[in-house]
Write a protein that binds this ligand. Structure first.
Ligand SMILES: [Zn+2]
Length: 359
């Protein structure tokens, strides 16, 4: 029997989201129906909302917690009543089974028309493909853990999974919003020696110190590349761009140290995490002459079925302070447009979440 819930629907470019009813079909063999407790509001969704080419109607949001209320016949990693995290990163695939990301879709119906899409969490329930549903430890709160499925996996994962930052390394993080502070926390877990936060807002830079930033640079006042090269006598081992603007995509390459020719020592590594808003021209000479590396990190090169458990362990031990990362908690789905506007205005330090239901 079809199931009705409320969701924030992106109905048309330029309009606020419409909080209204959608209908979810019975779970197919690989689907899981989840009642959501809380969802994060991620910056990458703003880009989708602003892009006139985003197909509509669309459902948004991609990090949340909830409870399984129904599941398909082929789902065996969770059971009814179990707490889960929702994510956009497939939890347990191989290079073969994970190749077709379109396989991880589920259906939903709006105004009599059936649509199909990946994860969405700006809704009170989600029908999700089982690959996007990860078990959650029953002993932890379900509000702050809502950001693990994107902010944490993207930020902590970039540092530990994609870049594999070793102890004693020097690190710079450009952009210290929700993902950036997770990258800082990841660098601290890695035992990086120096963690330099770069942003345009003093408030966000102060906030970054709470997660382990040892130095801060306000890029509206100081050239961050010059400052980093000076502070580290040549550049950091790793520089992460959590923004994806042309200027930052360029800066992270010049902020990493050159290698030593003949010394068997490659240069530092620039890591792009933020969704690029444009193409970028990089300093090709610095790439070659310094044997520097430039890599992308999508979802932290993670394996959620294993890594999310580790993130929750770190949270329990205090190494991943999710509470501190969440500066605003909205009451219910109806606050979504306010949440989007506030994030847009740059006034959110860390992450904001919506609480739909106490667990
Ligand atoms: Zn996200």
């Amino acid at each position: 029997m079809a199931f009705t819930t409320r969701a924030a629907v992106h109905t048309q470019h330029g309009s606020p989201l419409t909080v209204t009813e959608i209908t979810l079909p019975d779970p197919g063999p690989t689907d899981v129906l989840v009642e959501l407790f809380a969802s994060g509001i991620c910056h990458s969704q703003l880009h989708l909302l602003h892009n006139p080419e985003t197909p509509t109607p669309a459902l948004m949001g991609h990090e949340a917690t909830g409870k399984v209320i129904a599941l398909g016949s082929q789902v065996s990693h969770v059971k009814e009543g179990q707490r889960v995290m929702l994510t956009w990163v497939p939890r347990d695939v191989t290079p073969e089974t994970g190749r077709d990301r379109n396989a991880f879709r589920a259906a939903w119906e709006f105004e009599g028309k059936t649509n199909s899409g990946g994860i969405y969490t700006w809704a009170e329930h989600v029908l999700a493909h089982e690959q996007l549903v990860v078990p959650l430890d029953e002993s932890v709160p379900t509000d702050v853990t809502a950001i693990v499925g994107c902010a944490t996996v993207t930020g902590v994962g970039a540092v530990l999974g994609s870049a594999k930052v070793p102890a004693g390394a020097t690190v710079a993080i450009f952009g210290v919003g929700g993902v950036g502070i997770n990258a800082i926390a990841g660098a601290k877990i890695a035992d990086a020696e120096r963690i330099i936060a770069v942003d345009l807002s003093d408030e966000k830079l102060d906030f970054a110190k709470e997660f382990g930033a040892t130095d801060t640079i306000n890029a509206s006042e100081t050239d961050p590349v010059e400052a980093i090269v000076e502070m580290t006598s040549g550049g950091v081992d790793f520089a992460f761009d959590a923004i994806g603007y042309e200027v930052t995509m360029r800066q992270i390459l010049n902020a990493v140290r050159p290698g030593v020719l003949g010394g068997g020592d490659r240069g530092g590594t620039a890591v792009l995490i933020g969704v690029p808003q444009t193409d970028a021209t990089i300093d090709a000479k610095a790439l070659l002459m310094g044997e520097r590396n430039y890599i992308g990190s999508l979802g932290g090169t993670s394996h959620p079925m294993v890594d999310f458990k580790q993130y929750i362990e770190w949270y329990k031990q205090g190494a991943l302070p999710l509470e501190k990362m969440i500066s605003v908690k909205y009451d219910g789905l109806d606050s979504i447009n306010e949440g989007v506007a506030t994030l847009e205005s740059g006034k959110i330090s860390g992450r904001s979440i919506m609480i739909y239901k106490e667990s």
